[in-house]
Design a protein around this ligand. Structure first.
Ligand code: ARG
Length: 458
């Protein structure tokens, strides 16, 4: 098959090379962006007087036909034509004849491919922002229902202090909000048109790049043609945003997997989101959560893959850059799936509050026993020591702090009075955490209101 660039070659391309270097098997993902770009480019060429009105019209009509073929799945993709760009251009020429060959005037695939990617990412990032928001809304809705559910918070995976389950959920809402911010930030930074940069040095036709940017909805223009064609930082940024969002999803998944175990029994996952075992009839496995956790591996891998491609590349376009696409497409697809899966889990899970409150009491309350003494003037370090001795005594007696008698406590400090037992309940302890950002009921309720307002829900 004749290549668009075959003029200076005397041999056909080795078939291994054709297979090794092709990208059309995956970059056809960019086809619709490529056509949108082609149309804007044709209009720019017409404006510059390089194409006549008739020529421009003919090319645009041809491109629209090609677009239809792609959408209907009837486009004859050819590996021998290497990539999405040359496939579309060749098909156009097949349809409208020689004038199709004018499309690539004043353009290189180097500025073309990065323009496609930026257009594509603007669309994809919007989708991810919507999915992140949907997950945050599900977290907020579940938080509203679990304000009065008390669970132990863990540090070092040891029971630490009682908290409201809603407070836990809102922690993840914060993380997914910051993740959205990172995607939006990447969006704003990549929102500039590279087209018109040519292969590396700019273009020798009087192209009005501002006009092209307006047609394609770019906010700005790249300001340096070398930078424009060399740059894949915007891909790296998106891959990082995917990786970190993956980390958050994975930690949340890990908690829920543990909490759904019989040993914890804190949450119940809906049957429709779990799968069974082919050998053990009693099993209900949290596979969706496990896969969300597992898929984080590729989100990290894709980021590292691209950073490694970029390292040590000579400046401007090198074919290595073609290796940005598969990691990018894979991360976007993976992350979207994980976000949808997690939103379903959050919406469908139930919290077993009898079980969680049982685990939230006991020794998680003793920080407040120490603070009780502090309020009566004992230095914190001394109070900590006194209560440490009480803990050791109670463990020996096989008692919980709530089961201690006042006489027993008075043996350790005469400052204990009957009112110590009022504060020794999990919800009372939680509600004493009244600082801004704390787990007290009134704070959590207020934060739910703030969150709803921020998401624009009622
Ligand atoms: N398929 C290539 C890529 O994805 C397009 C740009 C190729 N440019 C070139 N001069 N070979 O990067």
């Amino acid at each position: 098959m004749e290549k668009p660039w075959s003029g200076r070659f005397t041999e056909d391309t080795d078939s291994f090379v054709e297979e090794f270097t092709e990208s059309v098997s995956f970059d056809r993902e960019l086809a619709l962006e490529d056509i949108a770009q082609d149309i804007a480019h044709v209009k720019t060429l017409e404006k510059a007087g390089i194409l006549s009105k008739e020529e421009a019209q003919k090319i645009i009509e041809g491109l629209k036909e090609v677009e239809r073929e792609i959408k209907e799945g009837k486009f004859p993709w050819k590996r021998s034509l290497e990539d999405v760009h040359m496939n579309i251009e060749a098909r156009l020429t097949e349809k409208i004849g020689k004038v199709g060959g004018k499309l690539h005037t004043g353009r290189s695939r180097n500025d073309q491919v990065t323009t496609d990617e930026k257009l594509f990412l603007k669309r994809e990032i919007k989708e991810i922002l919507d999915l992140l928001r949907d997950l945050r809304v599900k977290l907020i809705k579940k938080a509203e229902k679990t304000v009065d559910v008390i669970v132990p918070a863990y540090t070092h995976l040891q029971r630490a202090q009682p908290i409201r389950f809603a407070h836990y959920l809102l922690a993840y809402r914060e993380m997914f909000l910051k993740d959205g911010g990172r995607f939006l930030d990447a969006y704003r930074r990549l929102d500039e048109l590279p087209l018109g940069s040519g292969a590396v040095a700019g273009v020798d036709f009087p192209l009005d790049r501002f006009f092209t940017a307006e047609l394609l909805g770019f906010n700005r223009l790249t300001r340096n043609s070398i930078y424009a064609t060399a740059d894949r930082d915007f891909v790296a940024e998106v891959l990082f945003a995917c990786a970190l969002t993956g980390a958050h999803l994975s930690r949340l998944a890990e908690d829920l997997i543990i909490w759904a175990s019989e040993e914890f029994g804190f949450v119940d996952l809906p049957d429709k989101l779990c799968t069974g075992s082919s050998i053990m009839p009693q099993k209900k496995n949290p596979d969706v959560l496990e896969l969300i956790r597992g898929k984080t591996g590729r989100l990290y891998g894709n980021l590292v893959a691209l950073l490694t491609v970029l390292k040590g590349l000579p400046t401007a376009y090198n074919r290595d850059l073609q290796e940005d696409k598969e990691p990018l497409f894979d991360s976007l697809k993976t992350l979207k799936g994980s976000l949808i899966g997690m939103a379903k889990v959050i919406e469908g899970m139930e919290v077993n509050e009898e079980r969680t409150i049982k685990c939230a009491g006991g020794f998680t309350l003793v920080t407040d026993m120490a603070n009780y003494l502090v309020q009566k003037g004992v230095p914190f370090r001394e109070a900590h020591h006194i209560v440490g001795r009480i803990v050791s005594y109670l463990i020996q007696k096989k008692k919980t702090p709530e089961e201690a008698t006042l006489e027993e406590l008075k043996d350790f400090s005469p400052l204990f009075e009957e009112d110590i037992f009022d504060i020794l309940t999990p919800s009372a302890v939680a509600d004493r955490r009244k600082t801004y950002g704390g787990t007290a009921r009134e704070r959590v309720l207020k934060m739910i209101e703030v969150a709803k307002k921020e998401e624009g829900i009622t």
